[in-house]
Write a protein that binds this ligand. Structure first.
Ligand SMILES: Nc1ncnc2c1ncn2[C@@H]1O[C@H](COP(=O)(O)OP(=O)(O)O)[C@@H](O)[C@H]1O
Ligand SMILES: [Mg+2]
Length: 428
């Protein structure tokens, strides 16, 4: 009967492998579980487990100090020292009936824990010939010492514990590697972001140097004529002429800085308002007529639609002035500029035509890209991208047809479609 009982107990102990295996994700918890399992199986008062540090040839274990075990301290013992160290070194179980009569017993741990050891049973924990640690149970409940059956049971537990600990340590190692990789990944992402920032900064740097270069031309012209105006030898007529040149150059500078600002702002914030398209376009024409006068450009208009429209008047003005300033640049000897409006379904069609030099073939496809400028010393290359942005944020579109100058016909025709109403309006 006793034999059958032992066999059953052994089976139960083996069954515990599942309990251990489910705890491999937390080594501390696993060790605690093994200790509890060992003490319960052989009915011991206490138990402890130590892991082997092969580098330092030491066993180390966490002991709970004090009555409630509130303080946990790591204790290290040399391989071969003490009962646990002896079992580990010899890789054999060591069953001591009374430790006080055994010279291998060291009282130091008892002193630290306040526990009095009498009988100790220690077994090594070995996995595939590798020493992993040692397990000991202290003081058998209801008996003076541990039996041969207890030795056998503890060995079974130790063998299960070996596999579980090995797995848990492996898991910990993997987790550490995983964390290290994660950290590296984060560092990599940070480095990448830094690079992007640098790239952005260098783009801004490029922009700045280009802009400064572009602003220098009109500034040097202004400086020159301002100097001449200060001379006593010039006539009144010349003085007036120089004053006009200076004002023109300042206007040009203002136009350039406006384009730059508009572009730098990035997103266009539109202020939609219902208005008369006729009034708007007539106002624009009046301004342009005066503006074109000095450039020998004739303005003609064909306004077939003068009804209501919802749009941002000032942004639309900006877009149109960008187009007319390009037309002026394209007609240095003068020419004709035409504005036409017509209703096409629920959109107004706006065409701007000029008799200028035509858009150079090499930039035709990228005229809406920023910084694309050709054939002028003061170009920012931002005029057309701004036009496109303003028109498109109105839900409209812009297209260009251009050919080299030909007598009696327009060379560049820019067509803009603008919806009469904006989405919020359309739905309500
Ligand atoms: N009406 C036009 N006639 C001829 N060329 C034009 C016309 N509009 C634009 N372009 C060409 O497109 C280029 C880009 O125009 P834009 O974006 O306004 O930049 P910028 O005027 O500062 O050069 C101009 O430099 C010019 O070569
Ligand atoms: Mg321009």
């Amino acid at each position: 009967l006793a034999k059958k009982n032992t066999y059953q107990q052994e089976l139960v102990a083996l069954y515990r492998i599942n309990v251990f295996l489910s705890s491999i994700a937390d080594l501390a918890k696993l060790l605690h579980l093994i200790m509890e399992e060992a003490a319960a199986t052989v009915r011991a008062e206490a138990s402890s487990i130590a892991l082997y540090d092969s580098r330092r040839k030491e066993l180390y274990f966490a002991v709970a100090l004090g009555k409630k075990g509130a303080k946990v301290k790591e204790i290290r013992i040399k391989l071969g020292k003490g009962i646990l160290g002896y079992a580990a070194k010899s890789r054999k179980p060591l069953n001591i009936k009374d430790v006080r009569r055994d010279k291998r017993f060291s009282t130091s741990i008892d002193k630290k824990t306040g526990f009095t050891s009498r009988a100790i049973l220690a077994v090594p924990i070995v996995h595939q010939k590798k020493l992993i640690g040692a397990l000991e149970v202290i003081n058998k409940k209801g008996a003076a010492s541990f039996s041969a059956a207890d030795v056998r049971l503890l060995e079974i537990i130790a063998s299960q514990a070996a596999i579980a600990i090995e797995n848990a340590q492996l898991y910990e190692k993997l987790l550490k590697k995983h964390r290290a990789l994660q950290k590296k990944h984060k560092q990599f992402i940070a480095a990448q972001e830094k690079m992007l920032t640098m790239e952005r900064l260098s783009t801004i740097g490029d922009m700045a140097s280009r802009i400064i270069h572009d602003l220098r031309n009109p500034l040097s012209v202004i400086r020159g004529y301002a100097y001449l105006q200060g001379e006593d030898t010039i006539s009144d007529k010349e003085r007036k002429e120089f004053s006009t040149i200076i004002m023109d150059e300042v206007d040009r500078l203002t136009g350039m800085t406006n384009e730059l600002l508009e572009f730098a702002r990035g997103k266009v914030n539109l202020l939609f308002k219902d208005q008369s398209f006729g009034d708007f376009i007539k106002g624009v024409c009046n301004y342009l007529r005066r503006d074109f006068e000095g450039n020998k450009i004739k303005l003609t208009s064909d306004l077939a639609y003068e009804g209501p429209i919802c749009m941002d008047k000032f942004k639309m003005q900006r877009a149109i002035f960008n187009l007319t300033s390009n037309a002026k640049d394209a007609m240095p000897q003068g020419g004709t500029f035409q504005i036409a409006t017509a209703l096409r379904g629920n959109q107004v069609e706006l065409t701007f035509s000029d008799t200028g030099c035509g858009i150079p073939e090499q930039i035709k496809d990228k005229i809406f890209e920023p910084f694309v400028s050709h054939g002028k010393s003061h170009g920012t290359g931002l005029g057309m991208p701004i036009v496109k942005k303003i028109i498109e944020s109105h839900g409209g579109s812009v297209s260009i047809e251009s050919q080299p100058r030909r007598e009696g016909s327009f060379s560049t025709v820019i067509t803009v479609y603008l919806p009469l109403k904006q989405p919020e309006e359309r739905s309500s």
